[in-house]
Design a protein around this ligand. Structure first.
Ligand code: KG4
Ligand code: ZN
Length: 341
């Protein structure tokens, strides 16, 4: 009952094979960082072309290492959105083509559903219901997860996503693309308490986030500290660390508030920012003390990967209709539009 998962929503080409009884059988990720680095951000057309180049050999690689042939699979799952439309179409057309050729169902998968189910790949896996903090480059939201396809968004960002705020702040501090992980590394060398940046939306009721004001506060402070347009290394590290602390404080407080409001005791943290060590440590320390249990996918499954798509696809496979060759790709797709299979 093995499902092939294909992820091409942005700048990672990723393929994996997941079997509900045997777990993850193979997974490959190719990052396009080197392709986009000279431009300081993702160039959509280059992303699509690179997915085209890399995808088929990676599918072959996964099947080869698991000793499986395509027609032996139970289905082919692919990220159908949200994401860059050209990039999505590469994965979607290949997935539907392979599924038709092999005579198996093609399963369109919602990228954020895949992220929030990613902790189910781990030995320490959450049971439903749980609260999910989804923090990636494109989304920041708190979701009440009653079961597969039963999602209620409790709060989300009013402007920048958490990952986007990390990336933009990193750029302001002169860090190379991709900024988020670089900023997190620099933050480790700085003082988190040197600058009292705003904790956006913390003093307001509700579970929404806002990160653009924080980004501006860092910019103003950086300008104030710069001499001849240059920041001292220690100032840069302190700015990074104080920025990260403000984001982490906000996310931890909103998670605590959401657990309290829903009465849930399990928290799943997923999406690229879920790889942030300071966030993981503070969520675990502070929420465990309140009696909650925090679940994470391993680091490489926080950021975009094929394993989460194969897993989500395998859960939706029993209800999947044959695609009839229909390719699904949506740049925008509301998580709450998903249904229980
Ligand atoms: O989930 P993901 O790989 O792609 C999207 O679906 O967006 O998330 C990528 C985002 C980027 O904004 C990246 O800067 C951020 O996650 N990110 C991090 C860290 N690692 C990745 N942000 C903060 N700390 C990290 N360690
Ligand atoms: Zn993602």
């Amino acid at each position: 009952m093995t499902t092939l998962g294909i992820e091409t929503s942005c700048d990672e080409t990723a393929v994996a094979l997941y079997d509900p009884a045997r777990g993850l059988l193979a997974h490959l990720i190719h990052s396009q960082v080197a392709t986009h680095a000279p431009y300081g951000g993702v160039v959509p057309e280059l992303a699509s072309r690179d997915h085209i180049r890399k995808l088929l050999p990676m599918v072959d690689g996964c099947l080869g290492s698991a000793g499986l042939a395509g027609p032996e699979l139970a289905g082919v799952a692919y990220t159908a959105g949200p994401g860059l439309i050209g990039a999505l179409l590469v994965g979607a057309t290949l997935a539907v083509g392979l599924a038709e050729a092999w005579g198996v169902p093609a399963v369109p998968v919602h990228h954020m559903e895949a992220h929030l189910l990613a902790p189910l790949l781990e030995a320490d896996r959450p049971a439903f219901p749980f609260l999910a903090l989804l923090v990636s480059g494109g989304h920041s939201m708190l979701v009440e997860v009653a079961g597969l396809g039963r999602y209620r968004i409790l709060g989300q960002t009013l402007d920048d996503a958490a990952g986007e705020a990390f990336d933009k702040t990193a750029k302001m501090l002169g860090l190379p693309y991709p900024g988020g992980p670089q900023l997190a590394r620099l933050a480790g060398e700085g003082r988190p308490d040197r600058f009292a940046f705003p904790r956006p939306m913390l003093n307001r009721a509700g579970l929404d986030f806002s990160f653009s004001g924080l980004k501006t506060a860092v910019l103003l402070k950086a300008r104030e500290l710069a001499r001849d347009g240059q920041l001292a290394e220690a100032d840069r590290a302190d700015l990074a660390s104080s920025f990260q602390e403000a984001v982490v404080d906000t996310l931890v407080a909103k998670c605590a508030r959401a657990l309290d409001a829903t009465g849930l005791q399990r928290l799943v943290v997923a999406g690229g920012v879920g790889a942030n060590r300071r966030l993981r440590q503070r969520l675990r320390d502070e929420l465990t003390a309140c009696g909650a249990h925090v679940y994470y996918p391993r680091n490489e499954f926080c950021t975009d990967n094929g394993a989460m798509v194969a897993l989500a696809g395998s859960l939706r496979l029993p209800a999947a209709a044959t695609s009839g060759g229909r390719v699904e790709a949506r740049a925008r797709w509301d998580l709450e539009d998903l249904r229980q299979p």
